[in-house]
Each structure stands twice: as structure tokens, then as C-alpha cells.
Design a protein around this ligand. Structure first.
Ligand code: KE4
Length: 426
């Protein structure tokens, strides 16, 4: 039986862990079936507990941009681990990675490390509220900024899969300060600022959305957001947890030539270890404790082992910029190949992609916001997901997620993927 050991492990896990997983999207609730338990990963591949091998298009939801267990990153982690794990004191490594980021990314003077993308985004919101003295924020339907209360209102990713407009446990008091707009809809933003004049601290946006599937900004959406925020004394926050150091070394700010007031990071910045961060100009960041009065803290923030993994990953990306062109080319080759097979099979679809992020939506002609994404044929995606899984291709287990292509996905892996696609029947 396929996935026999994963099924047994899943049954046991559910006795001790809610839903058997430590993050809901891993439970396969959207696609159905039993989640695959992974034993190890190397390069472009995963091996499950039943010994089956897969080409990996999740890459830990983004961090493994250099492929799994990159030798130099493994070596850096091993060397650092021998010096101890975490000291709760400042270390030189934290300054080294901060310098690499500040010098490599437009528009930021200072950066604060935390341990997840959620922490980065929730801290950025608190800083924006403290800096502006205003309470309200605007987020976009289908965008996901982690599981902090302020964001679990019409969120993307797993929350979209579970169809929760507002998660139980989020108080009305919190929800009232989060205003919603549709991605790519500037008219709605203008009207929200008019109706909430002087009350909006920040607009937080995924500059390329990845949590309703991959959705791109259109018609200078990001430039308009920047202009509206500066006119209204609000901060523009780019949530680059997915796009940071993935679309380019300078992330979406570099690609779209728009400087946000605050930028949030995660995933790639830790090279697969728990790291998040938020960054911005000194005039804003210096409001943070201990020099400012906006409090934010973390026991393991900037811990040396995670810094060693992140710094090594970022240095490789900085010193080998052709990686970004390779990533873009392999993603385009994959997308064009998938598209032509689906056309031959007369399966209507649309593929959104930017750099090494892409998503496949079935039976819709374009996807520019969450409503469009929700109108795609998700049951067909689920059928497609399980077909590809059986063929040894591991895709994100939801039509509301983005595929992440790593440096180790080459011609060989792309042809394996296209061969699997050829066999799709529905
Ligand atoms: P974490 O707290 O999961 O490290 O980051 C939250 C977050 C913030 N912002 C963006 C744009 C994100 O994509 C994320 C997390 N992404 C999801 C994948 N869609 C993580 C996977 C999961 O929830 O298990």
C-alpha cells in the first residue's frame, strides 16, 4: 500500500499533536488523503518514510532556495553548533548578517531578527502603530502574514483552505482595527483612507502574493500604494517573507523599484532554520526597545546557529547573482512545459509566476485577487496533486499555495515533472 509507514506515523502523531501536525497546511486537509512523512532531503529531492523519492516543489515553503542540505550551509551549521547553540547575548554573527542585508537591500538602514515570519509581521505592525500613533491597518483578502491576531481576518494560506474569515479566538476589539481590501484594487484603498481619515497606521501587503496561490501586482499597484501611504501619513509594509531574497537579492523592492517603509523577512533569510526579521529606515527602527519605546523581544532571536545557516545562504546568493536568472529560466521552462501539456489535454488553466514562484489554477482565465483564486477548480487541483504525488512529484498540498523552485531543480527534474503531467487523466 502506498504511504503505508506515513499512514501509521500519521495515526500515531494524531494521538499527541492536534491534527497530527505542527502546522495545519501539512495535514493535507485541502487535498485529502494522508500527509507524507519525510525522512530526509537532499538537493531537489525528498525521501519519505516509505522510501519513495520525490522532486520537491515546496522546499520547506520557500527556505531551501539553494536546494536541501547545501554542503556549505550544512558545514556552517555544524561548525557553529560545536561552539554552543544559543547564549542570549549579542554575537558578531548577528552583525555580519545584518550588514549583508542592509548593504544588499534598498531602503533599509537597520534590521531586527526574530524567529518566524509571524513574529516579523506582528512586530512590524506594532512598530508602525507606535511610530504613527494610529491604530488601524489595511491588509488584503487572501494575503497571509502569519497567525498573529491582527492578520487572521480573511487570511490566505492555510486559513484560506479552512475558509475561516475570522479565526475563533480573535477578539472583535482586534478585528475592528484590521481593514480589508481586494488585492490590486486601488479604488478600495483610496476609499478606506477617506473613511478612516487619520486612523490608518499601515498597509501591509505581499508585494507578490503567494498565499492565495501566486498573484502578481498589476497596473503599478505597489507604486500607487506607496503614494497613498505617504500622502496619508501611513507606513507601507512589504511582507517579503516569501519574496525576500527569492525574487532577487533585493527582493520585490528591487524587482519593482518600490521602497517600502518597513520590510518583513523569513524563510530564505534563515536557510531553513527558524529566522524572521523586519527592517526599515533608522527614523522608524530606532523607535524599537531598547533605544525606543516600542517593545519587542525574543529569547532565540538572532541565535548563532540560525544566523550561520542564514548568513551562508545569503552570501552564496549575493556572490552568485546568476542563480536568480537560472531560477527564473527553470521556472519559465517548467511553466511553459506544463501549459502546453494542459493545452494539448484541453484543460483550461492559468499559470501565474514571478521569478522562482509559480502557481497553477484550473479552469479560470486569469487570477488577480482572492475571489479569482477561489473560483478556480480546486477539486481538479486536488486530483492533480495526488496524481503528481504518485508519480514522485511533491507539490504544495493546496491550490492556495505557491510552488517554490530551487537552484537544484534542473532539466532532469523538469522533464520528470512534465512526464508525470503527460499521464494526467481526469
Ligand atoms: P511563519 O510564521 O510561518 O514563519 O511565516 C508567516 C508568513 C508570513 N508572511 C508570508 C508572506 C508567508 O508566506 C508566511 C508563511 N507562509 C506559509 C506558506 N504559505 C507557511 C507554511 C505554514 O503555515 O506551515
Amino acid at each position: 500500500m502506498l504511504y503505508q509507514r506515513s499512514s501509521a506515523l500519521f495515526a500515531e502523531a494524531k494521538n499527541y499533536i492536534p491534527g497530527g501536525v505542527n502546522s495545519p497546511v501539512r495535514a493535507f486537509n485541502s487535498v485529502g488523503g494522508t500527509p507524507v512523512f519525510i525522512k530526509k532531503a537532499k538537493g531537489a529531492y525528498l525521501w519519505d518514510e516509505d522510501g519513495r523519492k520525490y522532486v520537491d516543489y515546496i522546499n520547506s515553503w520557500g527556505p531551501a532556495i539553494l536546494g536541501h542540505a547545501h554542503e556549505a550551509v550544512v558545514e556552517a551549521v555544524k561548525k557553529q553548533a560545536e561552539k554552543g547553540f544559543s547564549f542570549g547575548t549579542p554575537t558578531e554573527l548577528e552583525t555580519e548578517i545584518a550588514k549583508v542585508i542592509v548593504e544588499g537591500v534598498p531602503g533599509i538602514d537597520k534590521i531586527r531578527m526574530v524567529s518566524s515570519g509571524t513574529e516579523a509581521c506582528m512586530s512590524a505592525i506594532r512598530l508602525a502603530r507606535g511610530f504613527t500613533g494610529k491604530d488601524k491597518i489595511i491588509k488584503f483578502r487572501g494575503c497571509y502574514h502569519g497567525h498573529a491576531d491582527s492578520f487572521l481576518i480573511s487570511a490566505g494560506s492555510g486559513a484560506a483552505t479552512f475558509g475561516m474569515p475570522i479565526s475563533p479566538g480573535v477578539t472583535q476589539g482586534t478585528a475592528k482595527d484590521t481593514l480589508l481590501a481586494d488585492y490590486n484594487n486601488i479604488e478600495q484603498i483610496l476609499s478606506l483612507f477617506e473613511k478612516n481619515h487619520g486612523e490608518i497606521a499601515a498597509v501591509i501587503v505581499e508585494p507578490v502574493a503567494g498565499n492565495m496561490g501566486c498573484v502578481l501586482p498589476e497596473n503599478n499597484f505597489l507604486t500607487h500604494l506607496k503614494q497613498i501611504c505617504s500622502t496619508n501619513g501611513a507606513l507601507l509594509i512589504f511582507d517579503e517573507v516569501m519574496t525576500g531574497f527569492r525574487l532577487a537579492f533585493g527582493g520585490a523592492q528591487e524587482v519593482y523599484n518600490v521602497e517600502a517603509d518597513l520590510v518583513c523577512y523569513g524563510k530564505v533569510i534563515g536557510g531553513g532554520l527558524p529566522v524572521g526579521a523586519f527592517a526599515g529606515r533608522s527614523e522608524i527602527m530606532d523607535h524599537l526597545a531598547p533605544i525606543g519605546d516600542v517593545y519587542q523581544a525574543g529569547t532565540l532571536s538572532g541565535n548563532p546557529i540560525a544566523m550561520a545557516a542564514g548568513l551562508t545562504t545569503l552570501e552564496i546568493l549575493r556572490d552568485n547573482p546568476t542563480i536568480y536568472l537560472e531560477l527564473k529560466n527553470s521556472t519559465s521552462q517548467l511553466a511553459i512545459g506544463l501549459g502546453s501539456i494542459l493545452n494539448q489535454k484541453n484543460i483550461p488553466h492559468t499559470i501565474n509566476r514571478k521569478g522562482s514562484m509559480m502557481s497553477l489554477f484550473f479552469q479560470v482565465s486569469s487570477v488577480s485577487n482572492f475571489k479569482d483564486a477561489s473560483e478556480a477548480n480546486h477539486s481538479l487541483f486536488n486530483h492533480f496533486f495526488h496524481h503528481m504525488l504518485k508519480e514522485g512529484i511533491y507539490l504544495p498540498p493546496s491550490g492556495y499555495e505557491t510552488w517554490f523552485i530551487s537552484k537544484d531543480i534542473t532539466e532532469e527534474e523538469i522533464s520528470k515533472t512534465l512526464e508525470a503531467m503527460e499521464k494526467l487523466e481526469y
